[in-house]
Design a protein around this ligand. Structure first.
Ligand SMILES: [Zn+2]
Ligand SMILES: [Zn+2]
Length: 191
């Protein structure tokens, strides 16, 4: 069973690698921690927030059914090897964080096998996500950009010199300030 699932992930991803094995195990362990059957969800009942956009995310999509297109796979780009899983209905959640593996302790293949078969507690830290469950994907009215004529959902439009413009046409005014991830406020943190 586990072998077939791994092969399915490799087929989707394009190759077999240790990175894919991280996402594979994180998804398996996350689903089991939430008491879910090993089946991809059909809708948005399960949400995954991935903290990286590396190889492992592909295995997470195949195994959990959390996908970019369904809107139940979200990226929180800290670059950490962590995946959080939330159940909408019950509010249950788990964050699965990979423990550091010394680079030179194993060959690439040994690392892949260790990630696939090693004991879960040795591989991962299981905790609570330090950020809230993201709201459901919403539908927005489309608006037409007054500069390029292309339409985009209303929440992605900006006002520029009195014109409604899309993000491509908008000239941002950050002066070097850049916040990739908004830190969660205290009230948002769940215990
Ligand atoms: Zn890969
Ligand atoms: Zn535009």
């Amino acid at each position: 069973m586990k072998e077939t699932l791994w092969e399915r992930c490799v087929a989707f991803h394009g190759h077999s690698c240790p990175g894919l094995a991280i996402g594979f195990r994180a998804a398996l362990e996350g689903m089991s921690a939430l008491g879910l059957p090993l089946q991809p969800v059909q809708d948005e009942e399960l949400v995954c927030v991935s903290e990286n956009d590396a190889c492992g995310v592909d295995a997470v999509q195949v195994l959990t059914g959390c996908t970019l297109g369904k809107g139940n796979l979200l990226l929180r780009p800290t670059g950490k090897m962590a995946f959080s899983f939330f159940l909408r209905e019950s509010g249950r959640s788990v964050r699965v964080l990979l423990r550091p593996i010394p680079r030179d302790a194993m060959t690439r293949e040994e690392r892949r096998l260790y990630l696939l078969h090693g004991p879960p507690q040795e591989l991962f830290v299981f905790g609570k996500p330090a950020f809230p469950l993201p709201e459901r994907a919403r539908l927005f009215e489309s608006r037409v950009c007054e500069l390029c004529g292309e339409s985009a959902p209303e929440h992605n439009m900006r006002l520029q010199n009195g014109k409604l413009v899309c993000l491509d046409c908008f000239q941002d005014y950050t002066r070097g300030w850049f916040t990739p991830v908004r830190p969660a406020t205290k009230g948002e943190l769940r215990s």
